[in-house]
Design a protein around this ligand. Sequence first.
Ligand SMILES: *Cc1c(COP(=O)(O)O)cnc(C)c1O
Length: 461
Amino acid sequence: MPMKHPTKPARTDQDVSIDPLFTREGGVPRHHLPAQEMAPDLAYQTIHDELMLDGNARMNLATFVSTWMEPQAQQLMSECYDKNMIDKDEYPQTADLEVRCVEILSRLWNAPDASQATGCSTTGSSEAAMLGGLALKRRWQQARTAAGLPTDRPNIVMGINVQVCWEKFANYWDVEMRLVPMSGSRYHMSADEAVKLCDENTIGVVGVLGSTYDGSYEPIKEICDALDALRDRTGLDIPVHVDGASGAFIAPFLDPDLPWDFRLPRVASINTSGHKYGLVYPGVGWVIWRDAAALPADLIFWVNYLGDNMPTFALNFSRPGAQIVAQYYNFLRLGFDGYKKVQGYAREVATRLSALIAELGPFELITRGDELPVFAFKLKDGVDNFTVFDVSNAVRERGWLLPAYTVPADCTDLAALRVVVKRGFGHDMADLLLADLKRQLPRLQTQPAPVHDGTAPAFSH
Ligand SMILES: *Cc1c(COP(=O)(O)O)cnc(C)c1O
């Protein structure tokens, strides 16, 4: 099914035009398979030229996904492009590196018994969320069935700030979504509000570390404590899944005293994006369960591996092995201290830049970048002749991709800008962005009325 963008005009049937020095044909069809082959150099140059119009990934402050890796990692990846990670029998060492990554993450997140490390790689946090959610749903179904209770109305509780993958989970797997609204200046879920939405049909509560909208950590320990109290009161024993897409690669290094992981007995599973602060190019993610019991055995499939059987749990079958190898490269290359340095520097850049932006005058910080190295800011009340969307457009002139978006529900009128500081974006680049903001502000501050009001499609990530 070709999916058309609803707001984009129909695409023209114009040919792809080819440089006349290289071919006598004027062009080749754009939307159907050309009848004949062309020289590889020509095909390369034609596509390469078109891609120049894509934004510069290193200036993309919108994405959480890695935009820089060391050349050695790139070399390893290119050596593995031809390896399918599901062929565990054919590529036993790639399979072994995946197992080692699962063990490393399981220990990093303080799973109680390292010998029971249970988890797998995925294409990203979205697939990992599907798997984590499915395990919650299956465990709930099994417990209900064993007790002779109906299993037709499962629900999952989370903040309205969850990433879209959780809405997909609820939609695709027929689970009712119960969303904690935002209120006032609280842009993520509170423990009390979460517990209020729980009942006997709740398969789990999803806590986010940290929120995609503003980089803030949800209070995972308080959520677990509140669910402990609920169990003591009512007997309902509801597990927690932590969506650590970004934070599961930040908190272990920068916030060692924050209990958010398997140190909390109620945390059943954790997902992360290897391609965000795991520092790998897209796409790799991970999901880890606290122990083998947290992942129902009937969700596991067995594949042949060195003449033995190896458990797998995944939505995909074939998938690139290169990203897994690159993840292991980072673990080996950086170690704990290396990750701590990289993430610590990102937090330093984020908090310094947010403070300098706050000093510019018209902006007010929503977050400072002291949890995830991500911060959001808005225009101060009373600034009404330009919008955050105008600011986003203004710095785009210099190539910065700085997204403006509106925060969902309860605060629908809140429009904000967000900066995701990643490896490869240091103090110097931050200063360049700041200088560009300073250069643009006088023009924005004297324009008579807003130009961009945010009605164009917004960032959804
Ligand atoms: C990015 C993100 C996701 C989705 O992860 P992908 O790796 O892009 O699939 C889910 N949850 C949170 C909190 C995120 O930041």
